[in-house]
Design a protein around this ligand. Sequence first.
Ligand code: FMN
Length: 207
Amino acid sequence: MKKVIRFLSILSSALLLSACGSENKPAMETEKTVSETPSFMDIVKDRYSCRRFDSTQVKKEHLDVILEAGRLAPTAKNLQEQHVYVCQSKESLAKIDSLTPCRYGAPTCLIVTWDATNVFTYPGDKYNSGVEDATIVATHMMLAAKSVGVESCWLNFFNPDEVRESFNMSKNEVVLMILPIGYAGENAAPNQNHFNRKPLTETVTYF
Ligand SMILES: Cc1cc2nc3c(=O)[nH]c(=O)nc-3n(C[C@H](O)[C@H](O)[C@H](O)COP(=O)(O)O)c2cc1C
């Protein structure tokens, strides 16, 4: 009897909901989206350097989110001196393979560069913020990727000048990093480094 009552109550709820018409649909979908969105700390904790990618290409809607997150990054004086190259063609990926052994089969690689002629120079004229600005752009993209289920691996294991020449980039451009992105391949998993972080007591000092 209890089961029948429960069934009837579920059925009446379902009928009630469907009778509410389309006006209620967006609200329900929004609730679902919000509850399924990982928190920022989930993204930070779950991101790892993926070294085994599936060959499936990154969906356009995911790539768009990733590139938009980079676009919205802050830069010194808002100079936005970064450039992001999206490598997806066979030729460009083969070039990357000739420049680094670390593509790990990713179907897309983002190359992040910055324009050395358009940077904020620190007082003292010795340093500029090109590396910081491009790093924030790259970090936004790396975390945005994780937020939509796309894995990545930050790469510096290449000669930046060779990359610049190989892709015919302007002499003013400095290559910061390469970000292979894609969906996790079979048995992809974080390596031991991922679980090995110093405690805050070693890296933070309160004054
Ligand atoms: C600046 C930088 C350069 C890196 N270069 C490479 C690289 O060339 N190849 C690679 O496989 N991983 C590279 N990594 C990934 C690091 O080894 C990895 O982030 C670190 O061991 C922590 O592991 P996790 O990212 O899985 O948490 C790099 C990471 C950073 C931040």
